[in-house]
Design a protein around this ligand. Sequence first.
Ligand SMILES: [Zn+2]
Length: 239
Amino acid sequence: MQIKNLIQQLEWHTVRRWSTRELSGIRKIIFHQELGDSTIEQVNSYHIKPNHISPRGCPHFAYHYGIRKNGEIIQANELSQITWHTKGENSHGIGIMLVGNFKGNGNEDATDDPTDKQIKSAEELANYLIDVFKLSKQDVFGHYQFGKPVCPGFKMQEWIENFRNDISEIKDIIKIKKTVKEIQKRLNSLGYAAGPVDDMMGVRTRYAIRRFQTDNLLETDGIVGPQTWKKLLLLTQNG
Ligand SMILES: [Zn+2]
């Protein structure tokens, strides 16, 4: 997989710049479609002028990556930059836009679908980012899951559902028996100070679970259910 870096080459807003974040805060990968028939360069020009996203214009192309119809992957922003692609998810999300005007909910009349090369690049890029940021396939989403039904369209939506439901990556580690001892050992290795590994669910262990859940955007209930257990296993796979 090749990623072409156009962060500098694509024109920037005259004065506006993105806020930034720690890379450790990245939790989600979110796919989008362009909903148009322009190039990445043209979308960039649109984004940096007054537009529907911001009356003053955005600092730059509003996604981290764009994928052209020929499958070429363009990086448009640093991953430490908080771009404006998904309301409520930008501080921890990576935004990826596929060029095109795809059929989707509310856009049934469109005639376009993502190309096979675009989907192949989307999959390679998602797998690469999962690896770099220690995410899981369940951390890959479409904008439709955050209130925009048309984005990224029927074909990508189907691909996302299939990708998210592939549990082959976790079926080996999920066999590990969930005991309090195992939970404590793993929380401690991540620096959550669950206390001595005594197999007892005490106050410190419960507090460590809640902090782990908060940090990983899981429901903060202090209970190690399937989602919390899976995340804990994924983050402690090699230790
Ligand atoms: Zn979108």
